[in-house]
Design a protein around this ligand. Sequence first.
Ligand SMILES: *[C@@H]1O[C@H](CO)[C@@H](O)[C@H](O)[C@H]1NC(C)=O
Ligand SMILES: *[C@@H]1O[C@H](CO)[C@@H](O)[C@H](O)[C@H]1NC(C)=O
Ligand SMILES: *[C@@H]1O[C@H](CO)[C@@H](O)[C@H](O)[C@H]1NC(C)=O
Length: 349
Amino acid sequence: MRILFLAVLRAHTGNAVTAARIRNHLEAVGHTCILKDALDFESSTAVASLIGIEKFEAALALHLYRGGRLLQGQRIPFGIIFGGTDINEDIDHEEKKQIMGIVLEEARFAVAFTESMKEMALNKWPHAKGKIHVQSQGISTMPNVTFNWNTFLQNTEINRSADNLHIFILICGLRRVKDPLYLVDAFSEWHREEPNVYMVIVGPEQVFCNRIQVDPVFTREVKARVKRASGVQLMGEMSREDLHAIVKNCFAVVNSSISEGMSAAVLEAMDLEVPVLVRNIPGNAAIVKHEETGLLFSHPQEFVQLATRLVNDPALEKKIVTKGKEYVRLCHSWKSERDTYQNLMWKLQ
Ligand SMILES: *[C@@H]1O[C@H](CO)[C@@H](O)[C@H](O)[C@H]1NC(C)=O
Ligand SMILES: *[C@@H]1O[C@H](CO)[C@@H](O)[C@H](O)[C@H]1NC(C)=O
Ligand SMILES: *[C@@H]1O[C@H](CO)[C@@H](O)[C@H](O)[C@H]1NC(C)=O
């Protein structure tokens, strides 16, 4: 089948990664799947004409509101995948909720990443009973890449001769909602006491992403704050492969985001047996069990306490990475995600 796949593909969002993975699942069984950024379309008329020109036979959308609404009323069958903002934000907006209800009615199937997402959707749209499948996001292991950790360190102000170097990585777009500055002061203070701990914030600046201008004022603010903070470094955009290699080599991955959704970066770190320290918000608490598969903190001081503990307690570290890896293998299986989407395509024939 020729499948149109609409998603918000803004660079470096989890969505883009998820969409690319699902496309691979479909192309692996011979479908042609073309990914298009939902933000590039002004209206469903533009989508209708694309469907005609490209001879699409079916469609998929990631995000009921942002993507799915463009498929409503089109003459090809489609399926939809709930996005975080559908359930966490758009559902409370009466007009958007109504549109999502209609999209859901027309869709042949819907996918929710978690049981609780499915429950919330059924609460609002009981008519979708039997249509919503739960499939968690699969985590694919990246192939090994040549990456020189020493060269990476050379390009930072990290003291490579410090004994017992511990590098924490925060992967983060420089957007307010990601709250990249949350830990900066506390971390910097910790670094002054323990000069062998560093935090590296890796994030694209996203000055322009598909017509949406992303806060240049905030970017400047982040740069200025980080510059003043000893022990904290900012790294620009890098390829997914390099990022993966950095995660593999660092001591721990940190997430301090206040945004909703599930962090693929956190799951990938767990898969790579790198400990994760994440802010206690619903999206993170859904994947990280405190002191089992990772550590959850609720304020910056607590982060420093837990990080200190992790640095000094190799047994805790070992336990967390073992259980984290096991959790990803059991609950975020790439194979089971692949099977689910390949099977769901039969509903679009
Ligand atoms: C990648 O490297 C690790 C350790 O260096 C090794 O165990 C693994 O087999 C490699 N994987 C591939 C796909 O080459
Ligand atoms: C780097 O660490 C070494 C070993 O602890 C120390 O002797 C040296 O003074 C440090 N260099 C800087 C620039 O802080
Ligand atoms: C942090 O976690 C939240 C919730 O799981 C997620 O939405 C966000 O994208 C993550 N941010 C980073 C920088 O990994």
